[in-house]
Design a protein around this ligand. Structure first.
Ligand code: HEC
Ligand code: HEC
Ligand code: HEC
Length: 201
């Protein structure tokens, strides 16, 4: 009887001891065992790995999300636009902010209506400003945000022929350039500050 009690206590002590050892750094472990500290090459390789992780896209691409997450978002199960609208994040004009909805996972667009096909391949990370007549009128154009929704051929060459642009607000309001989509299928042109990020509200 006494022997059994003793061995229980012994094992109970052994568990935290093992836990401590396994959670120790290599340096601490090498005090107990014969483990050499990491070499310069190993440290460099670890730094390269860490760099790779930090360079990966900030937002998961639809492809990445589709691969890692098979469940459909809750919003897919609502049946009216009113219900859906309540769930969507809003912009300054109190309209649906589709970029925010995409990034916070409220929505997860399918590659096609029947759900088949390749989701978008990648996000093109080239964002820039169109220079305005003065800096407060510069207009922000994020390629990255657009290519989360659209293929290159949505804009090139029909809407934006490379390096042949005379983009003005008048032409945008007439439905050219950005106005091909904004105010039609993307946020309204009245939402000035989403493009003119330096403009006073
Ligand atoms: C979808 C993006 C977008 C929205 C929304 C938008 N603009 Fe623009 N705007 C542009 C681009 C692109 C240009 C051309 C480059 C530049 O001048 O910055 C431009 C140019 C301008 C200019 C420079 C002169 C001119 O006429 O071309 C003014 C002023 C201007 N916008 C005012 C506005 C106001 C006011 C609003 C809101 C009612 C607005 N814009 C909404 C993209 C936008
Ligand atoms: C929503 C519209 C839109 C989409 C989608 C789009 N682009 Fe663009 N792209 C633009 C605009 C606007 C410019 C600026 C054109 C200019 O300044 O003349 C541009 C310019 C470029 C340029 C520079 C051309 C030059 O001569 O300076 C390249 C390269 C480019 N886009 C590649 C791509 C690729 C690759 C894709 C798809 C992954 C893509 N774009 C998707 C709107 C778009
Ligand atoms: C082919 C369609 C199309 C064209 C052309 C287009 N956009 Fe967009 N844009 C979209 C869509 C779709 C979205 C995402 C849905 C939304 O935000 O309403 C978007 C979103 C944006 C955003 C929000 C990005 C974010 O991350 O919040 C900005 C800014 C923007 N567009 C600026 C522009 C400017 C400036 C132009 C013209 C130089 C332009 N867009 C031309 C379709 C287009």
């Amino acid at each position: 009887m006494g022997g059994k009690g003793f061995s229980t206590v012994k094992y109970l002590l052994l568990v935290p001891a093992l836990f401590l050892l396994t959670s120790c750094s290599d340096k601490a472990l090498s005090l107990f065992f014969d483990i050499p500290p990491p070499t310069a090459e190993e440290k460099a390789a670890a730094a390269v790995e860490a760099q790779k992780v930090s360079e990966s896209p900030v937002f998961p691409t639809p492809t990445a999300v589709a691969q890692t997450q098979q469940e459909r978002p809750v919003i897919d199960s609502v049946t009216t636009w009113e219900q859906a609208q309540e769930m969507l994040p809003k912009d300054a004009l109190d309209e649906a902010d589709w970029m925010a909805a995409l990034h916070d996972g409220t929505i997860r667009p399918r590659a096609s209506i029947d759900g088949d096909g390749d989701p978008q391949v990648a996000v093109f990370r080239w964002d820039f400003y169109f220079p305005g007549p003065d800096p407060s009128l510069d207009a922000y154009f994020p390629h990255s945000s657009h290519t989360e929704w659209l293929g290159c051929e949505s804009c090139h060459p029909k809407v934006f022929r490379y390096r042949e642009l005379e983009v003005t607000m008048d032409r945008i309001f007439e439905g050219e350039y950005c106005g091909t989509c904004h105010g039609v299928v993307a946020f309204a042109l009245e939402n000035c500050t989403r493009c003119h990020t330096a403009m006073e509200e």
